[in-house]
Design a protein around this ligand. Structure first.
Ligand code: IMP
Ligand code: MG
Length: 175
């Protein structure tokens, strides 16, 4: 079965939006330093582009989590596969994610990070699928709200492929 990628958000649209979010964060955190926490692997492409657009001092850290549950449904119980290198105590933290879907993974993760005593904790996601939400999550910065379609590119994968696409696309199957 051949796969075809239909463009949903072009490279230019994504880049323009990331630039705007970077400007907004730079304004909101004026006079402060911001600590970006990236959730591997999906958040990496977005985080790098975003960090380049932020004009206040930026530090970065990474964590990897796996969600227990079936292939199609995350359970909301998150196991830390790789923890952060640095403490969050007293820092202004922004968690950077590729997409908020059901919200299960992120609501669990944010609760866990809150216990580490950051001065502030916000969430920034490139994509949001509000129709799929099962658990409420407060998103502070959103790139795009998208319909309930399975998307790839800009860090998002289908069976570990397509993360490197410089745009957001929908996988379509042809026979
Ligand atoms: P949830 O919010 O706990 O349901 O899990 C969200 C995670 O599911 C994201 O971080 C992605 O890794 C993955 N995911 C959700 N929707 C998509 C999609 O459309 N394409 C690729 N991965 C997705
Ligand atoms: Mg993710």
């Amino acid at each position: 079965m051949a796969e075809h990628i239909r463009v949903m958000l072009s490279e230019e649209e994504v880049n323009d939006r990331i630039k705007a979010i970077g400007e907004q964060i730079s304004k909101d955190y004026a006079g402060k330093e911001v600590h970006l926490v990236c959730v591997l692997k999906g958040g990496t492409f977005f985080m790098c582009e975003l960090a380049k657009r932020i004009t206040v001092p930026v530090s970065l850290d990474f964590m990897a989590v796996s969600s227990y549950g079936s292939k199609t449904k995350s359970s909301g119980v998150v196991k830390i596969v790789k923890d952060l290198d640095e403490p969050l105590m007293g820092r202004d933290v922004i968690v950077v994610e590729d997409i908020v879907d059901s919200g299960r993974t992120l609501s669990y993760l944010l609760e866990m990070l809150k216990e580490r005593g950051p001065a502030s904790l916000r969430l920034c996601t490139l994509l949001d699928k509000p129709d799929r939400r099962v658990i409420d999550v407060d998103v502070d910065y959103t790139g795009f709200q998208i319909p309930d379609e399975f998307v790839v590119g800009y860090g998002l994968d289908y069976a570990q492929k397509y993360r490197n696409l410089p745009y957001i696309g929908v996988v379509e199957f042809e026979d």
